[in-house]
Design a binder for this molecule. Structure first.
Ligand SMILES: [Zn+2]
Ligand SMILES: [Zn+2]
Length: 146
């Protein structure tokens, strides 16, 4: 069993909940697709592809639970879906998203690049930044070369 699952089980226990097979499947799916931004329907389909049928209500409840416990974060990409992405504990902030306006591709941006902005916000407004979510719109490399 991997560390993530052990940690998940422990946190569930602290909340008087059990690590059910379905909860485990959903967390594993997020970990396997850590570069993707999945909505509830996509998670349900991915589980089904592995031969696991999970009811819609269970999927939604599990997503809420995973988010509350900090294993996934809710991602708003300005489409009509609520999406979730696996939280990489190495990340200090939620990573930024580059969104292609032509093909709709979403690229995770791993560098932060906002340290100096945070410092300026602090100096100018006396405001201590704890997090930020950035979406950058434009045209991706592939679309540009077409
Ligand atoms: Zn594109
Ligand atoms: Zn992302």
């Amino acid at each position: 069993m991997n560390k993530k699952i052990n940690n998940f089980e422990k946190q569930l226990k602290d909340n008087n909940l059990k690590l059910t097979g379905q909860r485990k499947i959903i967390l594993n799916l997020f970990e396997e697709n850590s570069d993707k931004h999945l909505n509830a329907v996509e998670i349900q389909k991915a589980a089904l592809q592995q031969g696991n049928r999970i009811g819609t209500a269970t999927v939604y409840r599990t997503l809420d639970l995973l988010e509350k416990l900090g294993f996934v974060s809710k991602i708003n990409l300005d489409d009509s879906y609520i999406r979730y992405q696996f939280v990489d504990t190495k990340e200090e902030h939620e990573h930024h998203h580059l969104i292609c306006e032509r093909c709709g591709k979403v690229i995770d941006m791993q560098d932060d690049l906002l340290d100096s902005l945070e410092k300026q916000v602090h100096d100018k407004y006396g405001f201590n930044v704890t997090n930020h979510k950035v979406r950058i719109y434009g045209v991706c490399k592939e679309c540009l070369s077409k």
